[in-house]
Write a protein that binds this ligand. Sequence first.
Ligand code: DQA
Length: 141
Amino acid sequence: MAKKILLLNGPNLALLGTREPQIYGTTTLADIVSATRAAAEARGWTLDAFQSDVEGELVRAIGQARGVYDGIVINPAAYTHTSVALHDAIKASEVPTVEVHLSNVYAREGYRHESLTAPACVGQICGFGAKGYLLALEALA
Ligand code: DQA
């Protein structure tokens, strides 16, 4: 079945490429979006992408996804560790959602070890850099 995918990226991810490259690599968000879109299109799927530093804008995007998208790939960035609102939005959307992190959050500071959003998702992929977004599409397939 051709799927409609929503790719969401949270705060500070627009800075990818120059942001702490030793942790996040040098791939830009534009590169990630175009590679993920190309991989989706290779499957005959479509992909819409949205980045925001604003929690409420991400909540709204997820809220509007219900009945429209067949899957969400989200890197909630720092909101992963703080946002009950994103957890609730993902649950309410009833859209299968895969959480992605570029870095291995479990090998980093203790405050990154808890994800409030992952329990609302079908699964989580972390530690594989930009490739994680492609693995998320594979998971949704
Ligand atoms: C991140 C990990 C988060 O802990 C951090 O706040 C980010 C990026 C990642 O992709 O590795 O902004 O989600």
